[in-house]
Design a protein around this ligand. Sequence first.
Ligand code: GLN
Length: 472
Amino acid sequence: MSIADLTSIKATQSAIEAGSVTTVQIVRHYLNRIEEERHLNIYVDVYGEDALREATRQDEARTQGARMGKLAGVVLSIKDVVCYAGHGVSAGSRMLEDFVAPYTATALQRLLDEDAIVIGRTNCDEFAMGSGNENSHYGPTRNAADPARVPGGSSGGAAVSVQAGTCLLAMGSSTGGSVRQPASFCGLYGFKPTYGRISRHGLIAYGSSFDQIGYLSRQPQDIALALEISAGSDAFDATAPNKAVPLYSKSDVVRSPQSIAYFEETLNSDAIDPAIRAATAKAIQDLEAAGHKLVPVSFNYFDYVVPTYYVLTTAEASSNLSRFDGMRYGYRSPEASDLTETYTKSRSEGFGTEVQRRILLGTFVLSSGYYDAYYGKAQKVRRLIRDQLQGILDVHDFILMPVSPSLPWPVGEQVDDPVANYLADIYTVMANLAGLPAVAIPVATDGHLPVGYQLMADQWEEGKLLDFVRGL
Ligand code: GLN
């Protein structure tokens, strides 16, 4: 048996329980893989000693017959936006390069309480703003399928950490697609829950009414387990309601015929890469062949999805990021001679170009003369988008869409073209605008690059969505 073949939680835990491998051996294997794949720039920090210490503790506890947690032996990476007490967390930014988290994110704490082993924190776009992992202070992460190409973003490091076999499960975050899009670029499952399903406490904020923690894995079953452990209400997050958390990993898979809506234009639009159109068409055919009903429906607001997302998220980001002022957190410019200069120089030197661009845009759309025209209007359009998706989901079980209109692009190709980057978010931001759960599913490759498609479900129906995907 090779540890590299243990690609699911179940296989890993069975091998440990059968005594064919120890937890220490598993952690050593992953630490070796991290060394071998250093050129991909997956991790900002590797917690080798901590992970080995925890693995040793688990092996000893097991020998003594202790009851093990549901995630015993599971090696996890966390995106560099998730707070883990006593460990650095920088959101891929110079601003927080030396910042150490004073507490642990609720979702992560719940995984740790079930014996998950954190192997390190993964590279990402600065403050989770980007689609190619090229906006990181630590340089780009590279796609293991083709290191000349991006892995997607902003959870690019998270995706490659699983793709390259350096851990079993990755915790990422999604404001507008940062879990599904990199998962699709790297041939994985990537899942974001309903807004509020997982506490955001300890997740560094980008757009608070959009942000959700999500998971990337080779197995939808493993995502279901991580979700059932980490979901649920939290005294530290008023947007995580007190709603029962089903045992997502234990419910029956759904194989009965489902009604799945899709948008015809996604099969013939010139704006979508032909390999992705073909992959979407293949997904539709496969689902039809499996007995499901695939129904073309229309959606009136495609032209408004990206502008609405960028008006609202930049507005929220400009407010969220105002706390980084050189006084309370992180980087302070050594050059400043008075208070105003401390603010301006610290922010100019601490934030990268994309973050500054978004702060400017967000401040503009919130400014008194323009508030109604941009921010207020975008809030109304968000409601229209939500209502129309809701109308479709009142009639159908799921909505099927591509994840991204483009394949992973060459590193460096789009860095000077932010609008091209923004437009490529069209299919992923819809779920975040409407607060809906959605999952990216690997379907094909174009020869050498992976391609996925996504399914979206009604609010709080992540259980049904995962039951369906687990049965595929
Ligand atoms: N690419 C999108 C953006 O740049 C989504 C990012 C995310 O989900 N964090 O805003």
